[in-house]
Ligand binder design. Structure first.
Ligand code: COA
Ligand code: MG
Length: 296
C-alpha cells in the first residue's frame, strides 16, 4: 500500500526549475508575470501583501488567475497562516487554474491534513477532480524542523518542500546565512527525499538579485547539494534558475555515453566498466539516466 502511494506521488512530481513569487496585490507585477519564462508562478497572498491589502488581494484573485493562466507557467497560490485567512484564501484559490498551494508555517502533519480536508471539500464543491490541488510545504518554525519527514508524508497532495531562511532564523534567533542554514537545509533535503517529494530552494538568500553572477554561482553550488528547483522573487533570477537547474550540454553528453556504454556492458554480462578513467557501476548509470530524464 505504502509503495503504491509512493509510486503514485512520484509520477505526479512537478519539474519546476524556477518559481517566481508575484505579490497578489500588485497589478504591475501580475501583468508582467506570464512573460518572464518561469516554470511556475506563485501568486503570493502572504508575506508580500500587507495586512490592510489582504482582502483586496483575495477579492482580485479570480481576475489575477485568469490573467496569469494566459501564459504557460503552472500557477501556485501562497495562502496565509492565520486560520481565518487560510480558510478564505483556500476557498478563493482552489480552481481549475491553480496547480498547487504553498502552505506557510506548517507546524506538523495534522496541520497539513486539516488543510487537505478543506481543499477536498472545495474541490468537490467546484467540480474539480479530487487531488487536483498539490501542496508545497514551507518549513519556517523550529517545531516543523523537528518533524519534516512526517510533514512531507502527511498527504499525497504534498509534492515539494522548502525551508524559508528568514522565517526560520527569526523564529530561532540566529542570523540567516549559508553557514547557519546549511544544516537544516540539508536535513530538509533528506526528509523530502525520504518522503518522495521534491526539495526546493537554494543555500543562499532569495533577496539578492542584483549581482546575478554571484547568484548563479550560489545556485550551481546548491544544485550539487540536491535541490531540484527554487522559488525566486525577481525576473532576473528566473533565467539563471532555468539554466542551472537543467543539466548542461556537457552533462547530457556524458550521461548519454554512460547509458549507452552501460547498456553494452550489461548485455555482455559486465556490471562495471570505465569512461574517461572513472569506474562506472549501477548507481552511476542510474544517475546518468536521471540526468537524461531531466533534459527538456
Ligand atoms: N513578478 C513580476 N514582475 C516583476 C517582479 C515579480 N516578482 N519583480 C519585478 N518585476 C518586474 C518589474 O515590474 C519591472 O518590470 P518593467 O521592466 O516592465 O517595468 C521589471 O521586472 C524589473 O524590476 P525592477 O525595477 O528591477 O525591480 P522592482 O523595484 O520593480 O521590484 C522587488 C523589486 C524586489 C520589489 C520585486 O522584485 C518584488 O516585489 N518581488 C517579489 C517579492 C515577494 O513576492 N516576496 C515574498 C516572497 S519571498
Ligand atoms: Mg514568510
Amino acid at each position: 500500500m505504502e509503495a503504491l502511494y509512493q509510486a503514485r506521488r512520484k509520477r505526479l512530481l512537478p519539474t519546476w526549475r524556477s518559481i517566481l513569487y508575484v505579490p497578489a496585490n500588485s497589478p504591475k507585477f501580475i501583468a508582467k508575470a506570464p512573460t518572464v519564462g518561469a516554470d511556475a508562478l506563485t501568486i503570493d497572498l502572504e508575506d508580500a501583501v500587507p495586512p490592510q491589502e489582504k482582502d483586496r488581494a483575495r477579492e482580485m484573485l479570480g481576475e489575477t488567475l485568469a490573467h496569469v493562466a494566459t501564459g504557460s507557467a503552472d500557477i501556485i497560490v501562497r495562502i496565509n497562516r492565520p486560520l481565518s485567512l487560510a480558510v478564505r484564501d483556500v476557498e478563493a484559490a482552489v480552481s481549475v487554474h491553480v496547480k498547487g498551494l504553498t502552505i506557510p508555517k506548517v507546524d506538523g502533519p495534522s496541520h497539513v491534513r486539516l488543510l487537505d480536508e478543506l481543499v477536498s471539500e472545495c474541490e468537490h464543491r467546484k467540480g474539480l477532480t479530487l487531488g487536483h490541488t498539490s501542496f508545497l510545504v514551507a518549513i519556517e518554525t523550529p517545531e516543523a524542523v523537528e518533524c519534516m519527514r512526517e510533514i512531507a508524508s502527511a498527504s499525497p497532495r504534498v509534492v515539494a518542500m522548502m525551508l524559508s531562511s528568514e522565517d526560520l532564523s527569526l523564529e530561532c534567533g540566529f542570523e540567516p546565512s549559508e553557514e547557519t542554514l546549511l544544516q537544516p537545509k540539508q536535513q530538509m533535503i533528506f526528509a523530502a527525499c525520504a518522503a518522495g517529494v521534491r526539495p526546493l530552494g537554494f543555500l543562499g538568500s532569495i533577496a539578492q538579485f542584483k549581482d546575478i553572477e554571484v547568484f548563479r554561482e550560489m545556485v550551481r553550488r546548491s544544485r550539487r547539494f540536491g535541490f531540484t528547483g527554487s522559488s525566486c522573487i525577481h525576473p532576473l533570477q528566473v533565467a539563471v534558475l532555468n539554466e542551472e537547474f537543467a543539466p548542461s550540454k556537457e552533462e547530457i553528453a556524458l550521461a548519454e555515453r554512460i547509458v549507452s556504454e552501460g547498456d553494452k556492458a550489461i548485455a555482455e554480462g559486465r556490471g562495471t566498466f570505465q569512461v574517461d578513467g572513472s569506474m562506472i557501476d549501477g548507481p552511476v548509470i542510474e544517475r546518468a539516466r536521471r540526468t537524461l530524464a531531466r533534459r527538456r
